[in-house]
Design a protein around this ligand. Structure first.
Ligand SMILES: [Zn+2]
Ligand SMILES: [Zn+2]
Length: 234
């Protein structure tokens, strides 16, 4: 059996049980932490446990539970922060205030070393993730897609059986539905994804069963998928 190009370990963080992941290039053992909302020490221990070297922090969107510990990790390790899209700067600026509100006083605002845009590529060791801009939950939300591994981290765009909230400032329900149906679905039914909260799923399973965005819910028709829809990473 060939070695998969990436490995993924999920570490829920903060009282909001946000799915932070440590993902690494199996060839180089270079790792990224995606969406570190908090619990820096535990994440550093995780890197040690897996024997990987941190190369960067990736952020899907500017909410405190996803990005609150990015600044602390950059200070501690010197690695750059990449993402989200610049339309989320106003959320990043609010991180400290939301941290106080949710009992995470160490959460801090920051300026990313690199803002991300639709179609960008993020490298990790010798492998790469594609960046897809999916506004709606927040205006600057991006997702990270690894084409070869059929894996995506989608933040609060899509959940197993649900979709992201759009009742926040500058949230937009129609934008979210459009992003899911025109940008996520084309990635393929067989793509396993880590949502921002809760269990993993596949795009195909959600397209079939999700009460908000299934083909039936959206009134779209297409031929039946035949692939195995079980999540490949759990
Ligand atoms: Zn969010
Ligand atoms: Zn969240």
């Amino acid at each position: 059996m060939s070695v998969p190009p990436i490995q993924v370990a999920i570490a829920p963080v903060t009282p909001l049980q946000q799915n932070c992941t440590i993902v690494w290039c199996t060839k180089t053992m270079k790792a990224a932490i995606i969406d570190p909302g908090g619990e820096v020490e535990r994440l550093m221990k995780g890197l040690e446990t897996y024997g990987v070297t941190l190369e960067k922090v990736l952020i899907t969107h500017g909410h405190m539970d996803h990005a609150g510990a990015a600044a602390a990790i950059r200070d501690l390790t010197g690695v750059p922060i990449e993402g989200p899209h610049p339309d989320d700067q106003f959320w990043i600026d609010r991180i400290e205030a939301s941290g106080k509100q949710y009992g995470i006083p160490e959460a801090r605002s920051f300026t990313p070393d690199r803002w991300l845009y639709d179609g960008d590529v993020v490298t990790l060791g010798e492998t790469r993730f594609e960046v897809v801009h999916c506004p709606g939950h927040t205006p600057g939300h991006v997702i990270f897609f690894h084409r070869e591994a059929r894996f995506a981290q989608v933040g609060d765009v899509l959940f197993k059986g649900s979709i992201g909230r759009t009742d926040f400032p500058r949230g937009n329900f129609n934008d979210l539905i459009e992003a899911i149906s025109t940008k996520l679905w084309p990635l393929g039914d067989d793509v396993s994804f880590v949502p921002g909260h809760g269990p993993m799923s596949t795009l195909g399973f959600e397209r079939k069963t999700n009460p908000y965005v299934s083909d039936i819910a959206l009134g779209t028709t297409r031929s039946e998928p035949t692939e195995d829809l079980a999540p490949r990473y759990s």
